[in-house]
Design a protein around this ligand. Structure first.
Ligand SMILES: [Zn+2]
Length: 244
């Protein structure tokens, strides 16, 4: 018997779905199509885990043990449930996912839902990496800017804000990491330059972003700041690139 990971990566999940009730497979597939799978992980060759949104949030494990398929889920259903099906679909489509469903627009919707439901910024880093590869760099930058503005306008003055972590620096970090040397400085500058002082709070810790910059990026950032000073995170960035 092949490993769960290879079955998923080869897109042959029908083998696994045979173990489920047919109606459950249909329902699970709908869940997947509605973007209900909030997070998913291949934890080892034979063990996967996911967070699925249904009437509530469910945590689902699917694993192979001695060639047999097992499901463990926090939902009340007894047996192999639709959440496990949604997870399997989601994992098997992650690479060559419905090209149509993996869009910045859909990603934004999922993020908005996570913000309203739990007050925290939850995202699937695999999907975000896919989007970064798929879209033009400027489109990604504009997306990050508009998301930051959206979060500040809707959440920063909410009471829960300080209890929760609604930082966008993690998304920004993955994006910067993807960019070639030289462009990291330019894009970080453009991102910060588009934001005012209200936005400092939303950028968790610029320090972790600085670690990604190469010396050429730092030089570019310094030059850009000298020409046009920043407002958001100005003190920290200026100290970092050594500009007064
Ligand atoms: Zn379930």
């Amino acid at each position: 018997m092949k490993s769960l990971r290879s079955i998923i990566e080869e897109g042959k999940i029908e083998i696994l779905l045979k173990e489920f009730d047919k109606k459950i497979v249909e329902r699970g597939k709908k869940y997947f199509e509605k973007n209900s799978v909030l997070d998913k992980y291949i934890l080892s060759d034979n063990y996967v885990h996911g967070v699925i949104k249904g009437t509530s949030i469910y945590y689902t494990d699917v694993y192979l043990y001695k060639g047999k398929l097992y499901v463990r889920c926090t939902c009340p259903y007894e047996g192999k449930c639709k959440h496990a099906v949604a997870l399997l679909f989601s994992l098997s489509f992650k690479g060559k996912k419905n090209e149509d469903s993996l869009t910045l627009e859909n990603f934004k919707r999922k993020i908005e839902r996570s913000l309203y439901d739990y007050g925290i910024l939850e995202f699937d880093s695999y999907e975000w990496e896919e989007l970064i590869r798929k879209y033009d760099k400027d489109e990604i930058l504009n997306f990050l800017i508009s998301l930051t503005i959206y979060i500040v306008e809707n959440f920063i003055y909410s009471e829960e804000y300080f209890d929760n972590e609604i930082f966008v620096d993690e998304l920004l970090e993955i994006f910067l990491d993807y960019l070639p040397e030289g462009e990291k400085g330019k894009y970080l500058y453009e991102y910060l330059a588009s934001l005012g002082e209200d936005y400092e709070l939303i950028i968790g810790s610029p320090g972790s972003l600085f670690k990604l910059l190469e010396s050429r990026d730092i030089a570019i950032l310094r030059k850009l700041i000298e020409e046009n000073p920043l407002i958001a995170c100005a003190t920290e960035v200026c100290a970092f690139v050594n500009v007064r």
